[in-house]
Design a protein around this ligand. Structure first.
Ligand code: 5GP
Length: 336
């Protein structure tokens, strides 16, 4: 396993580098990847940022997006870049399954795989790890990686700061989750000093809904929300027809699960979406209710204690029934 010191030596000469992150990148995945992209570019590396899929429209203002390559849009060229890379940075995921079609090319590639991540239970595909499951965001780890591991404190540009701020802000729910430590606030203060315009970033992310997205939200709250008071649990489900009739695009369902969690007394919230290719499940919880365990046991997934995801190839009703049938097993923890 490579040490940070050895990686720092390797990075002292220009290298061919690929950065990648997980399928359907969120604010932290894209923000941390672009932050690292800018830093590596500033050090004269030849860097390609390749993501496995499209990303939410509310991130389409991020600086540097013009450099992002979507794997499935130019498969051959992207495979060549991955095969030719001397170093592959894998950000915000720790199992190759999370990069979907890119998993095989990345697994086969001979470049050094450097994982920077904050999810539990890394699956061990990497040659270097900067991993901290207590970190709130991968963007926080990129800040630390650059300033502490690579000892390059004075080199954070305004664009880089904007991307890292976005990653931390989105993964901490705007600095309100339990993971928001004093270290997070110190990093955020540094990023503002480096040129991140905090008010403008909040505006771009949170005040960018389309009218359709808001109507979809209203529809879900009115028609698709179910509460199970005996388990302090709430669930929102979305059918394929809902997705079609509201012309839902990537990112439109982001944050929906938090409405279910915002009901007083609710300790577990689920969002279950019937995407054509599979059912996608998001869980959020309060306190010690283990979303990650539920996702792992029942839905082929994982994540953090209070925020996890999973998927299933069963039909929507079966997934809903499976979720409901899991609740009695957690009754004690849900009702204490
Ligand atoms: P979300 O519900 O926003 O998709 O994901 C919440 C958290 O769970 C994120 O940290 C994400 O990385 C993780 N997660 C989401 N889907 C999966 C999955 O299918 N497998 C695993 N292992 N983690 C997931």
């Amino acid at each position: 396993m490579l040490t940070s010191e050895q990686l720092k030596t390797l990075l002292s000469e220009p290298k061919r580098i690929v950065i990648t992150t997980h399928y359907k990148p969120d604010g932290d995945a894209l923000g941390s990847s672009l932050g690292l992209f800018y830093w590596l570019k500033a050090h004269k590396h030849d860097v390609s940022l390749i993501v496995p899929s499209d990303f939410p429209a509310f991130l389409d203002w991020l600086p540097g997006l013009e450099h992002v390559r979507i794997y499935t849009r130019e498969v051959q060229e992207n495979q060549q870049l991955i095969a030719d890379a001397e170093i592959i940075f894998c950000l915000d995921f720790n199992g190759l399954g999370r990069i979907h079609d890119m998993a095989i090319p990345v697994e086969k590639a001979t470049g050094l795989k450097c994982m920077i991540d904050h999810h539990l239970e890394p699956q061990g595909f990497h040659d270097y790890a900067y991993w901290d499951p207590k970190a709130a965001a991968t963007a926080q780890l990129i800040f630390r990686f650059i300033t502490e591991e690579m000892q390059d404190e004075g080199n954070i540009s305004a664009d880089m700061a904007t991307c890292l701020y976005t990653g931390i802000m989105t993964d901490t729910g705007s600095f309100r989750f339990r993971s928001t430590t004093s270290e997070i606030h110190r990093i955020i203060a540094s990023l503002i000093d480096c040129g991140a315009e905090n008010w403008a970033i909040h505006e771009s992310i949170y005040n960018s809904s389309s009218e359709g997205r808001l109507k979809f939200l209203g529809y879900c709250l009115l028609n698709r929300l179910e509460v199970f008071p005996e388990y302090n649990t709430a669930m929102i489900y979305v059918t394929q027809e809902d997705l079609k009739s509201f012309e839902v695009i990537t990112g439109d369902t982001e944050g929906l699960v938090n409405y279910a969690l915002s009901i007083k007394g609710i300790r577990l919230a689920a969002l279950i979406i019937d995407r054509t290719e599979q059912i996608k499940l998001s869980l959020r919880s309060i306190g010690d209710v283990p979303c990650n365990e539920i996702c792992k046991i029942y839905f082929n997934g994982g994540g953090h204690l209070n925020a996890s995801g999973g998927n299933s190839h069963d039909d929507l009703q079966t997934v809903i029934d499976t979720f409901k049938s899991a609740l009695p097993n957690y009754k004690e923890i849900l009702t204490k």
